[in-house]
Write a protein that binds this ligand. Structure first.
Ligand code: PEP
Length: 254
């Protein structure tokens, strides 16, 4: 299975910084015949990145969110056709920061996911427990519930562009990544839940990314686990050199 390493820039980098990143990244990034890397910038930078990195083989550009309607009274949102016009090929859906700070529900995540897939975008659906849920040993229960509810509209046929990201909230931006064992246990659970939701074939081929304080120095041990198929990367994706080193170490270990 081709791994996938996706940069989530969150609300970081305006045009000048994105341009600087692109100039450095294009010098070091080694293209791949099958896409295995992606960047989700602030949307205002997508055309700029499209122009400077759009020709890089193996690199996808995408969005940090997507709405289920094509247009209408949805202030602050963006639709699948609008993203496709910008050349986006994927959308991150249900990131914990959206769930925690902007009231994103599993139901909304499900609608976003279905719309993205129906419109031909890859949907990277995020799930993960909070620190208190982790401490209360509720990880499995929380992740299973989020997964089932977030994939409520995904059919057994329409899942070839689905990607799951397990992101324990306590590991995001804290410098404290999950151990490879914890990640593997949860990824294995996700894969077995997926079997029931979308069938065995889809589940076996599904990429399940890990997210939470990954860096060039810890990606190899995570990728050594059989059910870890890539990473969603925040902080370490903001510098071209660091994101590229993570991709290379991940490729080598995957
Ligand atoms: C994220 O926010 O998706 C993330 C994984 O962030 P970080 O790598 O900084 O923990």
């Amino acid at each position: 299975m081709t791994p996938l390493f996706v940069a989530n820039w969150k609300m970081n980098k305006g045009l000048a910084e994105a341009r600087e990143f692109a100039a450095e990244f294009s010098k070091v990034f080694k293209s791949a015949s099958v896409p295995d890397a992606g960047i989700a910038p602030v949307l205002s930078c997508l055309p700029q990145l499209q122009e400077s990195l759009g020709q890089q083989k193996g690199l996808l550009l995408g969005s940090q969110n997507v709405h289920w309607e094509e247009s209408g009274a949805h202030t602050g949102e963006i639709s699948v056709p609008m993203l496709k016009e910008l050349g986006a090929e994927f959308a991150i859906v249900g990131h914990s920061e959206r769930r925690e700070f902007y009231g994103e529900t599993d139901q909304a995540v499900a609608k976003r996911t279905s719309a993205a897939l129906a419109g031909g975008l890859t949907a990277i659906v995020c799930v993960g427990e909070t620190q208190s849920q982790f401490e209360a040993k509720q990880t499995e229960q929380v992740v299973s519930k989020q997964l089932k509810a977030s994939l409520a509209g995904v059919s057994t046929e329409d899942n070839s562009k689905l990607v799951i990201a397990y992101e324990p909230v306590w590991a995001i931006g804290t410098g404290l990544a999950a151990t490879p064992e914890i990640a593997q246990n949860v990824h294995q659970l996700i894969r077995s839940e997926l079997e029931g939701l979308i069938g065995k074939d889809g589940a076996v081929e599904m990429r399940i990314l890990y997210g939470g304080s990954t860096k060039p120095g810890n990606i190899a041990e995570l990728m050594a686990k059989p059910d870890v198929n890539g990473a969603l990367v925040g902080g370490a994706s903001l510098e071209a050199e660091s994101f590229n080193s993570l991709i290379e170490a991940g490729r080598a270990a995957g």
